[in-house]
Design a binder for this molecule. Structure first.
Ligand code: GLU
Length: 300
């Protein structure tokens, strides 16, 4: 069997339909994979039931198909992977890398009052649960974790996790596993070699590299694409009321996305089929033309 040299993935959260920003990420990761003869897998990040919008998963699958972004293999659903996440957490517990935390949100906010980064956990339970406290969440000890990635677009990025993220949660008080753990376990399960996603996830990538290291897993390569922002500079999302993708004119939207990624699609491509546009784009995918920025506005 030929070894897979490139396996990428797209991992939308089904909190709503895909919008232009998610298309840009999906398209970038798809083309990066296809231009290298690689596979492109699909994972649905439905880890957090209250955040799953009814019908959103189906809408995402339909939108990807309408845009010709056909994934390889079976879809991986995070909602079906609790056993694998538990096993990874158990391994981290056995190695002493995680600890039980008994603090409530209120207590964390109170002990951080007035601090520059109020969301960072102050480390209260690092040396054991205070008397009378029960374990609520499991946190990763980030002391001494200075991580670095060589992003294929954004260049070298370094972070002292203790300062930037603090000891982050891997299993929440409600028993749900955190995205940071789930993403690492799933990327390893699928044998992902290349993670191509939005620059809003750069901090997550540095945390995930640490979790990979602690679990003895390979680090994938990373490429963080610019995030599409609206006129107010906000990331397109359900919260910022970004419209869902128009499934009736995928050609036009694909060409807009390729132009925004600086891939210079020929103007007469608007009359081509979705398959022709994607074939052209895969054959003419130029990494060096991608804008090496973290935010992009289509209006600019
Ligand atoms: N589900 C995450 C999101 O939509 C992306 C996860 C990933 O690429 O690992 O922001």
């Amino acid at each position: 069997m030929k070894p897979v040299l490139y396996r990428g993935r797209f991992a939308p959260s089904p909190s709503g339909s895909l919008h232009f920003g998610s298309l840009l990420t999906a398209l970038g990761s798809f083309l990066d994979a296809k231009s290298q003869g690689g596979e492109w897998r699909l994972r649905i990040d439905d880890l957090d039931p209250p955040r799953v919008a009814p019908g959103a998963t189906d809408a995402i699958l339909r939108a990807l198909q309408a845009y010709g972004l056909e994934w390889d293999g079976a879809v991986l659903y995070q909602s079906q992977r609790a056993g694998a996440y538990q096993a990874a957490l158990d391994a981290l517990r056995a190695s002493g890398a995680v600890y039980a935390c008994g603090c409530t949100r209120r207590e964390i906010a109170d002990s951080n009052a007035g601090q520059e980064n109020a969301a960072i956990y102050p480390g209260t339970c690092r040396n054991g649960l205070p008397q009378g406290k029960a374990a609520r969440a499991w946190r990763l000890d980030t002391r001494g974790a200075c991580m670095r990635i060589e992003d294929r677009l954004q260049g070298a990025i370094e972070q002292d996790l203790e300062r930037i993220s603090g000891d982050f949660v891997l299993q929440r008080a409600d028993g749900l596993f955190a995205y940071q753990l789930a993403a690492v376990v799933d990327d390893a399960e699928l044998g992902i070699t290349d993670v191509v996603r939005g620059a809003d996830l750069i901090d997550s990538s540095l945390r995930q590299v640490y979790v990979q290291q602690l679990l003895g897993l390979a680090n994938p390569r990373y490429l963080h694409l610019p995030v599409v922002v609206n006129a107010a500079g906000e990331k397109l999302s359900k919260q910022t009321l970004a419209p869902g993708l128009d499934l009736s004119h995928p050609q036009k939207t694909l060409i807009q996305a390729l132009s925004l990624l600086n891939q210079s699609p020929p103007q007469d491509m608007t009359r081509a089929s979705v398959a022709e546009i994607l074939a052209w784009a895969g054959a003419h995918w130029h990494l060096e033309r991608l804008p090496p920025v973290r935010h992009l506005s289509p209006a600019a």
